[in-house]
Every structure is written in structure tokens, then in C-alpha cells.
Unconditional design. Structure first.
Length: 324
């Protein structure tokens, strides 16, 4: 997989051609559109509107006036999360940031498998790419290591500005894993800071990892991206999942729980309207408590004690209102 330099990304974008699309779409609306064969989409671009009728968008690689299409980036906590938005990944070929190696308790990195997925899609890696093992992130949260997370925020913002990124997609905050949620906080702070520094709007979207693939609250639908994959795109997505050796158990469980057809739809929801944590104790607190009781952990990560201070530091750096 390519590691993106400023020169390379700009060269890729300047060489974009008027590639023909066959039943392919990316909707910045709740419209039902189809994503088809995206293997020849210009690198790191998103098709943009050439005609709009109500909430349906017909898309091409260029605007009518020849301006470059929007540029996308992806931030995920663990390798493998890109599979949830595989159709979007093929379509946009984003600049990709991966926080950890995804090594878990076993200590076996799955970064190489994600590199294969991204390479096949034509995406390139960002400055933050499998930098930490999982244990390091959990330790940083337990220690409330603001310096580490603020440093990551500054690096992310620098890349968003340097590569002229127009929007960033990120793991949703679902209370399942604190690393997922911290990525969401980094993204929200990052797009705010990048917008301020660049003098242009940098948008943010998240996508569910634990919830249904098409999960999108009604109040967010007008501003969400909803992609519907055709049969060929869905087949490539499922093949990528089945060929990801470290996630076979998770893939089997997700398919059993949702059915393969559910993964035909990919939904990216706007960050701006979803900044409140869901009520109730996060799953990771309950899980951590059981691990402590079993003698596997010395201390469990808690939202109020460990995660909230990091979120608050990131938001204060970005000039956002404090988290609730």
C-alpha cells in the first residue's frame, strides 16, 4: 500500500479523469443509490453532484466546472474496521489512519490484513498507522495521558490540512470499546481544528461498528451519506471480510446476527449532531469489571474517571463545548 506524501496525493488528484460510472452513487442524503464497480475511481476522490433532483444525486468524478471532487480520509481504532465501509472505501480511496495494531490480548497484529484490504482498494496510509498496540492505548486511558492523545490530535489536524481533506469518516461512539470512542472524539476535535486552520469546512461522519450497518437516527438522515452496494460491490465486500483471517469469528457472528444482505447498505452519519454520549453504563465498563473480578485486569477503564478527561482535553483544545 502507498504511504501518502503531499506530492503523491496532489499528483493523484490532478490526474483524475472523467471515468465512466456504471450504477454507482454516493448520496449526501437519505436517497437510495447504488455503488457499483469502483476499482477505476481516481485516487482519494469522491464523486460529486452534477445534477440534483429532490434528494437524489447523480454523480461524476468532477463538478460541471472541472473543480476537483471532495477528498476523503478515514480514522479507525483497529485494523478491520474498514470492512464495515468497504464500498465507500473502494469509491473514495481515502487517506487512512489506524490508531492501533489490533493485537488484543493475544499480541498478534492484524495490521497486515488491513494493509491488503486498503491496497486492493487503492487507498493510502496516513501518518498514524498502527502506531500503538492495544495495551498501550488502554494504559494511556487509565493514566489519563492527555499528552499522548493531544499529540495524536495535532498530527491528525496537520494531515487533514496538508492533504486538503474535505471530510473524515470515523468509528462511531457506541460505548463498546474505549478505543473506538476515543477515535470519535479525536475526529470531532480534528475536523473543528482543521476547519479553523484551513479557512474551509472540514466535515466529519461516523459509521456503526456494533450496531446495524444502516443504523441512522431519523434526525440525521438529511445530512447522512447512505450507500447501497450492487451485487458485485457486495460480493467484493464479503470476500474481503472472509479473507481477513484474524476476524473470522467476528465476521461469522456479524453475518449470523444481521445476514449478508444487511451489509449491502453503508451509512455515514454527521458528527455535529451526535455529540452526546448515550445514557447508561458503557459496555466496556461492564466487561472491564468482569475482567477485574476474574483477575485478568488490575483496573477497569471507566468513562467518568478515565475517558471523559481525555474527551474533555480534546474538546478544549478544539474550542468545543465540554462533553456531557
Amino acid at each position: 500500500m502507498r504511504s501518502c506524501s503531499t506530492r503523491r496525493v496532489r499528483a493523484c488528484r490532478s490526474s483524475a479523469t472523467n471515468t465512466r460510472f456504471r450504477s454507482r452513487g454516493l448520496a449526501v442524503s437519505w436517497a437510495q443509490l447504488t455503488v457499483g464497480d469502483a476499482r477505476h475511481v481516481p485516487s482519494a476522490t469522491v464523486p460529486v453532484t452534477i445534477r440534483r433532483t429532490d434528494h437524489e444525486l447523480n454523480l461524476s468524478t468532477r463538478t460541471p466546472h472541472g473543480r476537483e471532487a471532495p477528498k476523503a480520509a478515514l480514522l479507525i481504532a483497529h485494523p478491520g474496521h474498514e470492512l464495515r465501509v468497504h464500498g465507500w472505501l473502494e469509491l473514495t480511496r481515502p487517506l487512512t489512519f489506524v490508531l492501533t495494531k489490533g493485537d488484543g490480548a493475544a499480541g498478534h497484529s492484524r495490521l497486515a490484513s488491513t494493509t491488503k484490504v486498503l491496497t486492493a482498494a487503492g487507498a493510502c496510509s496516513g501518518a498514524i498507522y498502527g502506531r500503538f498496540d492495544d495495551r498501550r492505548i488502554y494504559t494511556a486511558l487509565l493514566d489519563r495521558d492527555e499528552t499522548l492523545f493531544l499529540g495524536l490530535l495535532d498530527e491528525l489536524v496537520t494531515s487533514l490540512v496538508e492533504f486538503d481533506v474535505n471530510y473524515l469518516a470515523v468509528d462511531a461512539e457506541e460505548g463498546f470499546n474505549p478505543s473506538h470512542d476515543v477515535c470519535r472524539y479525536l475526529a470531532e476535535a480534528g475536523v473543528r481544528m482543521a476547519s479553523r486552520l484551513s479557512g474551509r469546512v472540514v466535515s466529519g461522519f461516523d459509521f456503526p461498528l456494533v450496531g446495524p450497518p444502516d443504523d441512522c437516527p431519523e434526525e440525521l438522515r438529511d445530512d447522512a451519506m447512505r450507500l447501497r452496494l450492487d451485487d458485485q460491490a457486495l460480493a467484493r465486500k464479503l470476500a474481503a471480510a472472509h479473507n481477513y483471517p484474524e476476524l473470522q469469528g467476528e465476521v461469522a457472528s456479524a453475518l449470523e446476527r444481521n445476514g449478508a444482505e444487511a451489509f449491502r447498505v453503508e451509512c455515514l452519519r454527521p458528527l455535529a449532531s451526535s455529540g452526546r454520549r448515550a445514557a447508561g453504563r458503557p459496555f466496556y465498563e461492564e466487561y472491564g469489571k468482569r475482567q477485574v473480578e476474574a483477575g485478568r485486569y488490575a483496573e477497569a477503564i471507566r468513562y467518568d474517571r478515565h475517558v471523559w478527561p481525555i474527551r474533555d482535553s480534546l474538546w478544549r483544545r478544539a474550542g468545543l463545548d465540554g462533553p456531557s
